[in-house]
Design a binder for this molecule. Sequence first.
Ligand SMILES: CC(C)(COP(=O)(O)OP(=O)(O)OC[C@H]1O[C@@H](n2cnc3c(N)ncnc32)[C@H](O)[C@@H]1OP(=O)(O)O)[C@@H](O)C(=O)NCCC(=O)NCCS
Length: 334
Amino acid sequence: MLSPYLQSLVAKASQNLKTIVLPEGEDERVLEAAYLAVQNNVAKPIILGKLDEIKNFFAKKGWSLDGIEIIEPEKSPHLKEYTDLLFNLRKAKGMSEEEAAKMALNYNYFGTLMMKSGHADGMVSGANHSTADTVRPALQIIKSKDPQMGVSSFFIMVSNGEPFILSDCGLVIDPNEKELADIAINAALSAVAFDIAPKVAMLSYSTKGSGKGDSAQKVRNATALALEKLQSEPYNALDIELDGELQADAALNLTVAHKKAPESKVAGNAKVLIVPNLDAGNISYKLLQRLGGCEAYGPVLQGLNAPINDLSRGALVEDIVGTIAITAIQAQTR
Ligand SMILES: CC(C)(COP(=O)(O)OP(=O)(O)OC[C@H]1O[C@@H](n2cnc3c(N)ncnc32)[C@H](O)[C@@H]1OP(=O)(O)O)[C@@H](O)C(=O)NCCC(=O)NCCS
């Protein structure tokens, strides 16, 4: 059963169907998610795996394979092309032709190479792989959309039906001020992609100089860098509002905002919450989910040239369908 928020994402994904690679065809949850993605008109799935086994699974369930493409990487007519592409992209980093041939057969690399070749719009993996195994091919092959900016991740947190962006809760462990500014700008772009107002609060334990310390200073410096970047193309064409440093209460509550940051346009109205490091991000999202009753969707990668997203190994079928919808929406707006 999809939550009302996930249903809204599915409706958005349905408006312009994208091709999403699922490299974990050995996992029954992934096969069921692919089936549901077609039934609910979320995306056009491509499953990587053993054709006979997947056909048998669908036949046993009595499900149609219509709308689903199955590719066996070992037998793909594109394997040589993908191997050459991988070798050319990574030879400067020391990859040999033999290593490229072996790696192209790793399904996460194969799926990523399909995307790089324009044969798929997005990829969802991680039901059986670590975050690093899913994310590394993306970072190595797909790379950042803006070469000056790093890739990071976000969660969509839904509180009483209202979505917020929280970032980075999943990827960049200890961002410096430039990396934190990149996270903020990419999170604002993610907000736009998901129809969330790009009102960005750079969170800290301090509001506008109220607290001392290196970490608050880092957030102040990152705020200045992000504001400077927002003056340049293409970011200046977007209606992004960003302010910091702000405590979470000043970011979210208008009464507190009037006291602590009366001049700020973002304080009290923030919809995009940027935390200073991965400890703060990961702990916040889990507390909001476990104690605050928020729905949490993510981590979703942002800043990549094309969308690839990681699943938790404990992911339920509906989580996978939701991640397919999120990835498809990112592909629509890239
Ligand atoms: C994502 C992660 C696995 C990458 O680690 P890694 O593979 O050791 O990364 P490396 O430093 O070897 O970099 C591999 C490539 O990715 C690139 N890269 C790494 N981080 C990047 C970033 N944030 N943005 C863009 N590129 C990045 C590197 O430049 C390198 O590219 P190159 O090989 O073309 O030079 C690592 O950042 C990580 O473990 N993050 C925390 C994940 C986590 O535990 N999350 C909590 C639970 S969700």
